[in-house]
Ligand binder design. Structure first.
Ligand code: PMP
Length: 355
């Protein structure tokens, strides 16, 4: 029998327990009435949970968040003749998105000289280009644990956000955005489906080399069924959205995520530097908490000991991303307050034994 574990991984992440009691025949045709019902229900739940205005389309696409690093410029960089876009680069994922966009137009990287991704420079220092087709940012940098707690003011330029790792972890005013995208595998389901929420008037200006499956207008015109969609992942997303709704919606998720992340940050802040998080207080992520143990730059032996001990207790996937090392606790929606308390108790005990 499988041992009970708590998955603190950055994604694919833990799914709510309640979702496991449902089963679906995975061979269902995507043209069947049953599947139509599933995709429509999933879309309606998303609309309801995020208050998505009527003039926005919701698409369910393949290709992951990375697919949208290409999809966004291919569809939107031609909105204005200059083919320019501004990218706020605050971590690995926005850096990758900016690099991909350079294939299709002129990219102005707003934070080109950050020596480490631990803060968001004050918006008064950003030199945004008023004739850019769009301004792009990553709302939560999963590797570095840097999260925007405000919506950037673009002075009217179309705003695009990668919300892969904090989607539905809090309410968001969709009307402030031209486009939001998010892979499902962190907060709203399993890998395989990526949600794109796009304002209708921005569609129809894709570059001619845009692959047809990434063309928002084509996908919107076909209710995301231009080609075979990731049926099973969409079904699971519907179940997770229903679970979010039954548990109080985006507001309740936010309250829980604040409570959960505070438990770990408070513990880090009161550990006399034994645990340390390099991220500026103002932009610490509620979703992904990177930290080091022993000293600021991390004592790798202690960190290994920490991970081994955690794994013996069933707490898995706590290793930091290979590019930054250390530890990373990801506290997505499905991770419960009890899960986080178990981690905190272990951190407390580890501190007492090794400080
Ligand atoms: N954006 C963010 C913020 C991510 O965390 C990730 C993956 N961890 C991606 C994009 C890439 O997503 P995918 O692996 O689905 O392509």
């Amino acid at each position: 029998e499988k041992k009970q574990t708590i998955n603190f991984g950055a994604g694919p992440a833990k799914l709510p327990q309640a979702v496991f009691i449902f089963l679906l025949h995975p061979e269902m045709s995507h043209r069947s009435a049953d599947f139509s019902k599933i995709i429509n229900t999933t879309e309606n739940l998303l609309r309801e949970l995020l208050n998505v205005p009527e003039n926005y389309k919701i698409l369910f696409l393949q290709g992951g968040g990375s697919g949208q690093f290409s999809g966004v410029p291919l569809n939107l960089i031609g909105l204005k003749e200059d083919r320019c876009a501004d990218y706020l680069v605050t971590g690995t994922w926005s850096a990758r998105a900016a690099k991909e966009a350079e294939k299709y137009g002129k990219v102005n990287v707003i934070h080109p000289k950050l020596d480490s991704y631990t803060k968001i420079p004050d918006s008064s220092t950003w030199s945004l280009n008023p004739s850019a087709s769009y301004v792009y940012y990553c709302c939560n940098e999963t590797v570095h644990g840097v999260e925007f707690n405000f919506i950037p003011d673009t002075k009217g330029v179309v705003l695009v956000s990668d919300m892969s790792s904090n989607f539905l972890s809090r309410p968001v005013d969709v009307s402030k955005f031209g486009l939001i995208f998010a892979g499902a595998q962190k907060n709203v389901g399993c890998a395989g489906v990526t949600v794109v929420i796009v304002r209708e008037d921005l569609m129809g200006k894709a570059l001619k080399e845009c692959p047809i499956i990434l063309d928002y207008q084509v996908q919107a015109g076909n209710n995301s069924l231009y080609n075979t969609p990731p049926c099973f992942s969409i079904y699971i997303m519907g179940l997770v959205l229903e679970w979010i709704k039954n548990n109080g919606g985006a507001d309740a998720m936010e309250r829980l995520n604040v409570q959960k992340s505070n438990i770990i940050y408070d513990l880090i802040n009161h550990s006399n530097g034994f645990y340390s998080c390099p991220v500026d207080m103002a932009c610490r992520s509620r979703m992904n908490i990177p930290f080091r143990i022993g000293k600021k730059e991390g004592d790798e032996n202690l960190e290994k000991l920490f991970l081994d001990g955690a794994s013996k207790l069933g707490m898995i996937s706590l290793k930091g991303h290979r590019s930054v090392g250390g530890i990373r606790a990801s506290l997505y929606n499905a991770v419960t307050v009890e899960d986080v308390k178990a981690l905190a108790a272990y951190m407390e005990e580890f501190f007492n034994n090794h400080q």
